[in-house]
Design a protein around this ligand. Structure first.
Ligand code: IPE
Ligand code: IPE
Ligand code: MG
Length: 267
């Protein structure tokens, strides 16, 4: 059997294991490992970023096909500005290029695209493409793609705290009216449910300032695969692993024949 056929067979086996009723609605991804992937191949880091774009396209298609509704990807963090200027500029150009090339297809697929983060420091050209893409797709309701750029979870939380502080000092709301719901309603991700699943590729076991508030009870899946090598097969593995998790949210697993009553035990 050819290698291609073996891979297809493995993929089909995974598809059979998938529980269509338990597909996460919202998946968040830290797309990490582009640079290491390229370096290992003796290539400049930018080749990893380039290849990463096609992987995102594949995962976007796949998540739609599997029945997810929202994909939130980490493309550039508030900390990534400390990278060499050449790499930062390359990434900014890549965002513009990819967005102009792909927006028509994204729209045809009835995907709504949103950019999450502080866009202020980006060049006007990128800002324009972003706002026209968001405008073009704003009424699409098949699927939501959130792209986090110049995004930082701490910065997001501080911004919300500032907004709420202003509202309380102006008397618009009382301090004891500040609650999780109000906080949620001021987040950049307002109105959408928290991710059920966070995938990080590239093997690092950290959050790196991503969606600190929203990930409170997300299941975490770390893939050792570098983002440029990630694919539908690896994505399926993550979803199936998620489906085996016991999400307790601080409670306990419900066991039919067990009760809290310990009268049968003598103390
Ligand atoms: C993730 O890959 C992409 C961005 C942060 C923009 P990296 O560029 O962090 O790749 P590694 O982690 O150095 O391999
Ligand atoms: C997280 O990856 C940010 C993105 C994937 C955009 P980093 O490569 O920046 O994270 P660290 O530095 O390994 O924590
Ligand atoms: Mg990295």
């Amino acid at each position: 059997m050819s290698l291609g056929k073996i891979i297809d067979k493995k993929k089909n086996n995974l598809f059979m294991k998938l529980d269509r009723e338990k597909v996460p609605e919202h998946v968040a991804i830290i797309m990490d490992g582009n640079g290491r992937w390229a370096t290992k191949k003796g290539l400049p880091r930018k080749y990893g970023h380039k290849r990463g774009v096609s992987v995102l396209k594949e995962i976007l298609k796949s998540s739609k096909k599997l029945g997810c509704k929202i994909l939130t990807v980490y493309a550039f963090s508030t900390e990534n500005w400390i990278r060499p200027r050449k790499e930062v500029d390359f990434l900014i150009n890549l965002f513009s290029e990819v967005l102009s090339d792909e927006i028509e297809e994204i729209h045809e697929e009835s995907i709504k695209i949103k950019f999450v983060g502080d866009l202020t420091p980006f060049p006007e050209t990128l800002k324009k493409i972003i706002s026209s893409s968001e405008y073009l797709t704003k009424n699409n309701n098949n699927f939501l793609l959130n792209v986090c750029v110049n995004y930082g979870g701490r910065q997001e939380i501080v911004k919300v705290a500032k907004k709420i502080a202003l509202k309380t000092s102006s008397g618009e709301i009382k301090p004891n009216e500040v609650n999780e719901e109000l906080f949620n309603s001021e987040l950049l991700t307002r109105g959408i449910k928290d991710p059920e699943l966070l995938i990080r590729t590239g093997g690092e076991k950290r959050i790196s300032n991503f969606l600190l508030w929203q990930l409170a009870y997300s299941e975490i899946y770390i893939s050792e695969v570098m983002w440029p090598d990630f694919n539908e097969f690896e994505f399926l593995k993550a979803i199936i692993d998620y489906q085996s998790r016991n999400r307790r949210f601080g409670g306990i697993e419900s066991l039919p024949n067990e009760s809290f009553d310990d009268s049968q035990y003598s103390s």
